[in-house]
Design a protein around this ligand. Structure first.
Ligand SMILES: Cc1ncc(COP(=O)(O)O)c(C=O)c1O
Length: 432
């Protein structure tokens, strides 16, 4: 055990998960690669959990932050005008497609979701919320209460009255083998049944991730959320799309993940990639919903000048370089390659993804049961070969990968090669 690992164990919480038998310390980064303390280089296919969205040491972001630092002002608070906030809010409001959109900036995704839930429960005068099974929305009481993954829930304490819906769980016996259309119909039936049987009075909102991040990139078939929204609209129930992982073109086929469903939500929450590593989150919502609450509110550090400089530079970079198109191109290369390899690898239970957000589900080839042990072996194997991947899924058996949107075709091919080699090595071990 390295000295730093031992010191980490002594003073950091046990529940703060670390990857790898011998966790690494990342000390440098450039482009889409990082270097650890031993000098080993890695192609980064996890990007600080989808946060280093345009890679490392990006001159445009560094220079924007340095310009702000040079003013001497790191923080002023929102009781003064903040040019960076207004500029970024204007861009996000325009990109959101939400009517008369307004934006509130926070420091994290958790806080963004808390804000959206507050706006919805306030507007609807209801504490009842719908969320999706297998979801993850953050670590505060409100966010945990709409989270549906036992590994991330320490208790059932909840400020909200929550009911969980189907939609990203077609592996369940009752849905297996259904076409997209039949699965959507079954889920909509269930939503109507929940509204008829499980709630009392008005429901405030549905909150959903278009692609479930911690849930192992499980996703509803395109169109499910449009079908849900039709039912919800009939009762005035609001729809919050949690875009913390899926925003800014990552899915390739849409700028915000929910647009893959052909639907515009009432609110979207965001965080992670927007600041390319600088802490920024927020909510973009219909103006009437955002303006609704009568009490004053602020987030002291939310949208501070440094994070706004980084976020404006990052978002401009994504748009100027059309990184959504790059995500579509490079993501397709990798996903197609993985799908091509899967039939000869019995440890692979499923390959799924959209753009630069893709996952491989690992199973015991003898039983088809989820295998976190095989996933852990894959992690060690890719680490050895110089690629960083992530893990997730309800059973910890899903490899999830989401490289920076700046990934080149060569890097995509290189990463695909490493992933397939690692899968072959582990597959040979398991099946021999
Ligand atoms: C979809 C989603 N929502 C919310 C959050 C919480 O964000 P944060 O960790 O910034 O509070 C996460 C974090 O992983 C997430 O994946």
């Amino acid at each position: 055990m390295s000295d730093l690992f031992a010191r980490h164990r002594a003073v950091m919480p046990n529940w703060l998960a670390l990857y790898y038998n011998e966790p690494i310390e990342i000390v440098g980064g450039k482009g889409n690669r990082v270097v650890d303390a031993s000098g080993k280089s890695y192609l980064d296919f996890f990007a600080g959990i989808l946060t280093n969205m345009i890679g490392y040491d990006v001159p445009e972001v560094r220079e924007a932050v340095e310009r702000q630092l040079a003013t001497g002002v790191v923080h002023t608070s929102t009781v003064y005008l903040l040019r960076g906030q207004v500029e970024l809010a204007e861009k996000i409001a325009r990109l959101s497609g939400i009517e008369n959109a307004k934006v509130f900036f926070t420091n994290s995704g958790t806080e963004a979701n808390e804000t959206a839930l507050l706006l919805a429960t306030y507007a609807r005068r209801s504490d009842q919320v719908l969320a999706m099974r297998q979801s993850y929305h953050g670590r505060s009481f409100g966010a945990i209460s709409v989270t549906s993954n036992r590994s991330w829930k320490n208790n059932s304490l909840s400020p909200l009255n929550v009911h969980f819906l189907h939609g990203a769980d077609r592996h369940l016996t009752q849905f297996r083998g259904l076409s997209d259309a039949d699965y959507i119909a079954a889920c909509v039936d269930d939503l109507r049944h929940v509204l008829a049987t499980s709630v009392g009075g008005d429901v405030a909102a549905l909150i959903a991730e278009p692609i479930q991040g911690v849930g192992g990139f499980s996703m509803a078939p395109d169109g499910l959320f449009a079908a849900y929204k039709e039912v919800l609209d009939a009762e005035g129930v609001l729809f919050i799309s949690d875009e913390v992982q899926t925003g800014w073109g990552r899915t390739g086929s849409a700028f915000f993940g929910i647009q893959n469903h052909g639907v515009t939500p009432d609110m979207m929450t965001f965080a992670k990639g927007l600041g390319n590593g600088f802490a920024v989150g927020g909510v973009v919502a219909r103006g009437d919903l955002m303006d609704g609450p009568h009490a004053a509110g602020l987030a002291t550090f939310g949208g501070n000048p440094i994070s706004m400089a980084a976020a404006n530079a990052t978002l401009d970079y994504v748009l100027d370089h059309d990184l959504q198109a790059n995500a579509a191109r490079t993501g397709a290369l990798i996903i197609d390659g993985l799908r091509h390899a899967a039939p000869r690898l019995p440890i692979v239970g499923d390959v799924r993804g959209k753009g630069l957000m893709f996952a491989v589900e690992l199973v015991d080839p003898a039983t088809g049961a989820p295998s976190p042990a095989i996933a852990a072996r894959f992690m060690e194997e890719t680490k050895k070969a110089g690629l960083l991947a992530g893990k997730g899924g309800l059973y910890g058996n899903v490899l999830r990968m989401a490289p920076p949107l700046t990934l080149t075709q060569d890097e995509a091919a290189e990463g695909l090669g490493i992933i397939v080699n690692a899968l072959e090595t582990v597959n040979a071990e398991v099946t021999s």
